[in-house]
Design a protein around this ligand. Structure first.
Ligand code: PMP
Length: 307
């Protein structure tokens, strides 16, 4: 299904019509993956649309640029304001927002630093990435035969286009084999993350999630969930763990802007716990969606009101 069009796209400083936000075939990013991007969500609240963890996403966008040695001509405040304007201008109530920074047309060579750094932001209506059923009942996943990139090959902390070739291998294999998603191991054979989401495992009452050294993207939702879990009094351990923890876990769930908090009900056709979302997963979902819907106080200031 193509992306549902909204009217306006912010493209390097001005709003243009959706169909006019185009690039030339010579842009560096198209050839060599030299882009960085973000994915944010705005939720409908009684105060109108509100963006979740906007500042954390903007910070990560600038971190990604820094790793890629891309100079953005805007400040974080400019970018935040452009994100909010994009939602406002398109009169969206709840949506997914995609800021994209890319090296434009320059010399043909690999060192793209002479190419101009361009930026676009688009937003569109978006439901549940893995479907409504995924949030309620959980998804069936496999362990991928593809590993995440080794730390001295690509930079996992930078959310850059090139990294997502690895994610594409992971998701294509999973779908071809009839799974909703796959979990990739890192170069040491330890659990890393899904193609586009972080992973948490509940084992003997504590939560485990792989650390930054396990070739993960440092997820914004991951951080929110760690905070929520600690608020609820659970122990959260950011540490590496082996594949078999996935088979021994009482609960497993994915976190990400797109998947939100999605329970995993089986791994490699082996049921997780009794095959239904566990109590801790449910409590975290309730806390998370409670804040995002405005039913619970936004005690960590996660929401930025758009209007
Ligand atoms: N890992 C990868 C590879 C991702 O693409 C994403 C989605 N951005 C995540 C984890 C989750 O990150 P976040 O919670 O910031 O969306």
């Amino acid at each position: 299904m193509p992306i549902p069009k909204s009217e306006w796209i912010w493209h390097t400083g001005t709003f243009v019509k959706w169909d006019d936000a185009t690039v030339h075939v010579t842009v560096h990013a198209l050839h060599y993956g030299s882009s960085v991007f973000e994915g944010l969500r705005a939720y409908a609240t009684s105060n109108g649309p509100a963006v979740l963890a906007a500042e954390a996403h903007v910070r990560r966008l600038f971190d990604s640029c820094r790793v890629m040695r891309m100079d953005l001509r805007y400040s974080p405040a400019d970018v935040l304001s452009a994100i909010l304007q994009t939602v406002r201008r398109n009169e969206l109530e709840s949506c997914y927002i995609r800021p994209l920074v890319y090296r434009g047309s320059g010399p043909i060579g690999l060192d793209g630093r002479e190419a101009p750094t361009e930026m676009a932001i688009f937003a569109f209506e978006f439901g549940r990435y893995l479907g409504d059923e995924a949030i309620e009942e959980g998804v069936d996943v496999m362990v991928s035969s593809w590993r995440r990139m080794a730390p001295d090959t690509l930079a996992a902390m930078s959310k850059s286009g090139g990294n997502y070739v690895n994610s594409q291998f992971i998701i294509m294999e999973a779908r071809d084999l009839g799974f909703a998603e796959a979990i990739a191991l890192d170069v040491n054979g330890l659990v890393s993350e899904g193609s586009g989401e972080n992973i948490f495992v509940v084992y003997r009452g504590a939560l485990y999630t792989p650390p930054v050294g396990a070739s993960i993207l440092l997820g914004v939702t991951r951080e929110c969930v760690i905070t929520l879990a600690r608020d609820l009094g659970y122990e959260v351990r950011e540490q590496t763990f082996p594949r078999e923890m996935l088979y021994l876990a009482d609960e497993i769930f994915f976190t990400g802007t797109a998947v939100e908090i999605s329970p995993v009900r089986s791994v490699d056709r082996i049921k997780v716990g009794n095959g239904t979302p566990g109590v801790i997963t449910r409590r975290l979902q309730d806390g998370f969606f409670g804040i995002l819907s405005g039913q619970m106080p936004d005690r960590h200031n996660w929401l930025t009101i758009v209007r």
